[in-house]
Design a protein around this ligand. Structure first.
Ligand SMILES: O=C(O)CCC(=O)C(=O)O
Length: 300
């Protein structure tokens, strides 16, 4: 059976960690309205839009914050499933505010409630600048675990950097899918290049419009997918931040910059603060090795 339901706000559960954990255990995700202030999220939006503008991909006659696309973007060749070229992504990665949001007490304290222990913040954050261009297919249905590996109890915090009606390329989550184990995958267009095989399974997709400050939190086995950005001329900006209990094994690539970008010392070079730098080194971590077999593509 295939059904669709709207997101319902889990904010009241923040005062009740037992209920918060119970909802995550049942559904595999939480939707929280206004976890961050609008101003915090829009500040990062503005910084990223300034970078896109520097590369000439935004309409300079429009309001920067609207993220209106310049037609030249159709000639750009995006890399790493993030919607822009590596040099532009490096500029985003050097932006301290992009990392600062992942360390925001609102999300770290939520993760601590979920995990009941100290939270390891994976530094391998992801930003996506999804232009409405042919070369950028929406992210297919997938489980993060096969890409992240290490512990299964890794949680993603996904949020749009700005108001994001679903039709601007929102994210949908399949309720309860974290209980299905690691699902096989077939080849697909879009980030990751793989889609989980859902044939014959009951699917309940939760969906809705998100505003700046709203977040989705989901388990690494929870199936989720992006829908197409149908705005002809607007870029969809979003970030993915990942967290796990510090006591569980981590796969070492989770401690490297996404997409093998610059080494950390070059990323940190222009920062005003040092407290987030090499944050993970304060913990006695244990490590898991990456299992390539989880990425195996089934024929057909
Ligand atoms: O933002 C997107 O398009 C996809 C995000 C996502 O699914 C992920 O990074 O796991």
């Amino acid at each position: 059976m295939y059904t669709e339901t709207p997101y319902t706000d889990a904010t009241p559960l923040l005062a009740d960690p037992v209920a918060l954990r119970a909802q995550m255990a049942r559904d595999g995700f939480l939707f929280l309205r206004g976890l961050f202030t609008r101003a915090t999220v829009l500040d990062l939006r503005r910084r990223i839009l300034l970078i896109l503008n520097k590369y000439g991909w935004l309409d300079r006659n429009a309001d920067l914050m609207d993220g209106v696309v310049d037609p030249s973007v159709h000639a750009m060749v995006p890399e790493c499933g993030v919607g822009v070229t590596v040099p532009a992504y490096e500029d985003v990665y050097k932006t301290e505010a992009f990392h600062r949001l992942a360390h925001h007490p609102a999300v770290v304290s939520l993760m601590a409630k979920l995990m009941g222990e100290t939270v390891l913040i994976h530094p391998r954050h992801i930003a996506r600048m999804m232009f409405p261009v042919k070369s950028t297919a929406p992210t297919p249905p997938h489980q993060d675990h096969i890409f992240i590996q290490g512990a299964k109890a890794v949680y993603t915090c996904w949020l749009p950097l700005g108001d994001c009606p679903e039709s601007m390329g929102g994210l949908q989550v399949m309720r309860g899918s974290h209980t299905l184990g690691v699902l096989p995958v077939r080849a697909a267009e879009g980030a990751g290049g793989r889609s989980v095989i859902l044939d014959g399974l009951d699917q309940e997709w939760t969906r809705g419009d998100l505003s700046a400050g709203d977040v989705l939190i989901f388990h690494s086995l929870t199936v989720h997918r992006a829908v197409p950005n149908t705005y002809p001329d607007r870029v969809r900006l979003s970030v993915d931040y990942r967290y796990q209990p510090v006591s569980l094994p981590v796969e070492e690539k989770s401690l490297l910059p996404h997409c093998n970008l610059l080494p950390w010392d070059q990323i940190y070079a222009g920062w005003q603060t040092t407290d987030m730098q090499y944050d993970w080194r304060q913990y006695p971590l244990t490590y898991a090795t990456f299992d390539d077999a989880l990425l195996t593509i089934q024929p057909g």
